[in-house]
Design a protein around this ligand. Structure first.
Ligand SMILES: C[S@@+](CC[C@H](N)C(=O)[O-])C[C@H]1O[C@@H](n2cnc3c(N)ncnc32)[C@H](O)[C@@H]1O
Length: 243
């Protein structure tokens, strides 16, 4: 039986994962830990406009789990829907990709990216796109690394949910964000993050990379109460652009 968690319903994964090159035991193990969660969006919680299904794997690490910041950013994308129709969007450190998929549902051209070595994450992104009947590009993009593919990206909006969690990686992330922002004048980086002690570092790095904060919101200030009741912590959302 599905387990109800507010707007979200989790149920065991039943779709095929046949073409994996895992051995049977590994594959069974991973399948048993996989679930599909549903995330709904709309102005009326009784009659959502659409829902996105996400395949998660509780046994794997960062990129195969919907983190709370992702729920906050996805809701913000929905509420800012007028900005996404026809937009070109790149999601950094996308993992299970909920914000990017909401953008795609709203009519954006979306490229979902994650660390170039995250093969399982890329596999999962493709499955999730298929599950939701959405077409997105999937690309390896490691922060601070200049593969040729990054030069052709000109996103009008860059998304990043919970990508500011390891202060050792902040500088590389800001280097990539700054490159993408400069590659497309007028573009914006929209990120949601847990406001831990790294906040001063974020401010310092924005100065270092010639960026400014256009908007800073408490993530809970715009979340509907049924979603807010499932989350905790101090989550902030920032819109960042070049000076
Ligand atoms: C905490 S998870 C957040 C995942 C997803 N955005 C969410 O909120 O559910 C951080 C993500 O950043 C990715 N990541 C970590 N370091 C990275 C790097 N150096 N370059 C690109 N992606 C990275 C991880 O693979 C992971 O998917």
């Amino acid at each position: 039986m599905p387990e109800r968690r507010g707007l979200e319903t989790r149920f065991p994964l039943k779709i095929g994962m046949g073409e994996k090159d895992w051995d049977d035991e590994q594959c069974d193990d991973r399948l048993s830990m996989s679930t599909v969660s549903r995330h709904c969006f709309g102005d009326d919680s009784e009659a959502p406009s659409f829902c996105i299904s996400i395949i998660e794997n509780m046994k794997e690490d960062y990129g195969l789990f919907v983190w709370p910041c992702s729920i906050v950013l996805a809701e913000y994308v929905w509420q800012q829907k007028h900005r996404f129709s026809g937009a070109t969007v790149v999601e950094l450190g996308a993992g299970t990709s909920l914000p990017g998929l909401v953008a795609a549902k709203l009519g954006a051209h979306v490229t979902l990216t994650d660390h170039s070595s995250s093969f399982q994450v890329f596999d999962n992104m493709r499955r999730v796109c298929e599950l939701n009947k959405l077409e997105c590009n999937v690309l390896g993009l490691t922060w601070g690394v200049w593969d040729s593919s990054i030069f052709s990206l000109r996103p009008t909006i860059i998304l990043g949910a919970d990508v500011l969690y390891d202060s050792n990686a902040f500088d590389n992330l800001f280097a990539t964000v700054t490159f993408l922002l400069q590659n497309c004048p007028g573009s914006t980086f929209i990120t949601s993050y847990h406001n831990r002690s790294g906040h001063h570092l974020i401010e310092f790095l924005m100065g270092k990379w010639g960026l400014k904060c256009l908007k800073l919101l408490d993530g809970f200030s715009f979340l509907p109460s049924d979603k807010a009741s499932l989350l905790s912590g101090n989550i902030q959302l920032a819109e960042i652009a070049v000076i």
